[in-house]
Design a protein around this ligand. Structure first.
Ligand code: ADP
Length: 498
């Protein structure tokens, strides 16, 4: 592998510790540290949302106000800067009108907000006179960049050599808007439409990222294969099949520095692979905090998740009565999302107050206590690009119970005590009884305490740190640079199957 240091600009709507709704933030907060450790000049840029506190994160002015083309006019932005890890610059695009909000998404002008963010990030690089060789885009919010590099910036000497890598963290969120966004993005004069987009006559940001990026990554090998099929392709399996030669499945990692049961400041006692003794204290403290009976013998199943259809909560709704009636277990859920799931879990708690605890909030310290204090971690997802919950759980000795899909299939194998193999409990069909029997296998195994201790240790000894995956990303960056140099953009129009 060519080890020459690369200049990489990573763009994202979310990044830990500044702004987070899910796994995207964790990835963008951690992968740059691993890339830096490999010697690359990695810099990150995100919007400065109103809730990102300037004093808390020591944000300093980096560039004075400058204007950015937008919607046929210009918009003024400033750039602030801080640092994470070992000297990684993180830039923030400041514009009160678009970003001084309480949340990251779900505003009527989200298209405008992320178009401005992306354009400002490109112009920022020019003003800093720092020429990125790779722009690493994440999800639909930044998917317009590969489209621009192939059009507006194509003849621009500053960006001519810049290749794009586009990571799909979740194909289901595509950023679909009316045609007006092409005017806003300055792309209206470039006649281009991808036929057969779901919702004809709409502009789909995700599709543009998939179409124009030099390389695409889909965060786990299994998800990268699954999205080539109509079942998982969210309407774009045909486009992904056409771009198959650019599609990779580099698995996400987690940040082993901050996610560590031997140092985590959010948990009441520390433990490690070599000394698990304090885990029972952490479990007892969690049971007490959550209002559950404090009982070491009853297995405690944790769930930490967005409450959306994707995550398989309908399966839980179908068997919850039977689970509570027939199995000796406790549940603890932390999550926010769809109202109907809020109601479902609220009613589970009302019926089984000493055995089912429910926190309908977003709370990172509590999440850490649940990962650390639970015995098992349930993730019955309908689809799962990678999934970080199960990886974090394993790091804290909480054994995953998952559906075999996407990254869950790549990271959890069925436990076989007789073979001393596997690291969790899995089921294949999207079916509540299949999930039920996986939970039964887990709770029965739990009663064999020595076997369970070895299983916990198997989970904790696995390496899901970013190191190996960061090296694979570097290979991807190099492939992107090579294909960018080879193929003059834009590529031929995709041939839509008739
Ligand atoms: P996704 O990105 O699809 O939401 P992942 O499993 O990849 O799912 O990542 C979810 C991340 O968000 C994990 O770090 C998880 O701990 C965190 N998380 C999800 N819900 C909550 C919550 N309610 N409070 C705190 N952290 C949460």
């Amino acid at each position: 592998m060519n080890n020459r240091p690369l200049r990489i600009l990573m763009l994202s709507a979310e990044m830990t510790p500044f702004a987070k709704t899910g796994g995207l933030a964790d990835v963008v907060g951690a992968l740059p540290k691993a890339l830096r450790d490999l010697g690359h000049d990695i810099r990150v840029c995100l919007p400065r949302y109103g809730f990102v506190d300037k004093a808390r994160f020591a944000l300093k002015p980096a560039l004075k106000a400058f204007t950015v083309p937008m919607n046929g006019q210009t918009e003024e932005v400033e750039i602030l800067q801080t640092e994470i890890g070992r000297g990684i610059p993180v830039y923030f695009v400041e514009n009160a009108k678009y970003y001084d909000r309480e949340d990251i998404y779900m505003y009527h002008d989200d298209a405008d907000r992320f178009i401005l963010f992306c354009r400002a990030a490109l112009e920022m690089a020019r003003k800093l006179d720092w020429q990125p060789e790779i722009i690493h885009c994440n999800d639909w919010h930044t998917a317009i960049i590969p489209n621009w590099l192939a059009t507006i910036y194509r003849e621009d000497p500053f960006f001519a050599g810049t290749a794009s890598v586009y990571t799909i963290h979740n194909l289901a969120y595509q950023g679909v808007f009316g045609h007006r966004v092409l005017e806003i993005a300055g792309l209206a004069k470039y006649e281009f439409n991808i036929a057969q987009c779901p919702g004809e006559n709409q502009i789909n940001f995700m599709a543009r990222g998939l179409y124009f990026a030099d390389c695409i990554n889909a965060v786990s090998p299994t998800y990268a294969r699954e999205i080539l099929t109509p079942e998982y392709g969210e309407g774009f399996d045909w486009l992904l099949r056409q771009r198959r030669d650019r599609l990779y499945g580099v698995l996400n990692g987690i940040d082993y520095e901050t996610i560590d049961p031997s140092t985590d400041p959010h948990i009441p006692a520390h433990f490690s692979l070599h000394d698990l003794s304090a885990k029972r204290l952490v479990k007892a403290a969690l049971q007490y905090e959550a209002g559950l009976s404090v009982d070491a013998e009853t297995p405690l199943i944790g769930m930490i998740s967005r409450l959306s259809d994707q995550k398989g909560f309908d399966l839980i709704g179908q068997v919850i009565e039977a689970l509570m009636a027939h199995l000796d277990l406790q549940l603890i859920l932390l999550g926010t999302g769809d109202d109907r799931y809020h109601q479902l879990f609220q009613s589970i708690h009302d019926r089984f107050p000493a055995r089912a605890a429910v926190f309908l909030t977003f709370n990172t310290p509590l999440a850490q206590r649940i990962y650390a204090g639970s015995d098992m971690f349930l993730m019955p997802s309908r689809f799962e690009p990678c999934g970080l919950g199960q990886l974090i759980a394993m790091r804290y000795g909480s054994v995953p119970i998952v559906r075999r899909t996407g990254g869950l299939a790549d990271t959890v194998q069925e436990f076989r005590a007789d073979l001393a193999a596997g690291n969790g409990f899995t089921f294949g069909p999207y079916d509540s009884m299949a999930m039920f029997t996986a939970i039964v296998r887990a709770t029965v195994s739990y009663t064999y305490r020595e076997t369970w201790r070895l299983l916990m240790m198997r989970c904790m000894s696995l390496d899901f740190s970013w190191h190996a995956s960061a090296e694979k990303y570097v290979e991807l960056y190099q492939r992107a640079l090579a294909s960018h140099a080879e193929h003059k953009m834009p590529p031929q129009f995709a041939q839509v199957p008739g």
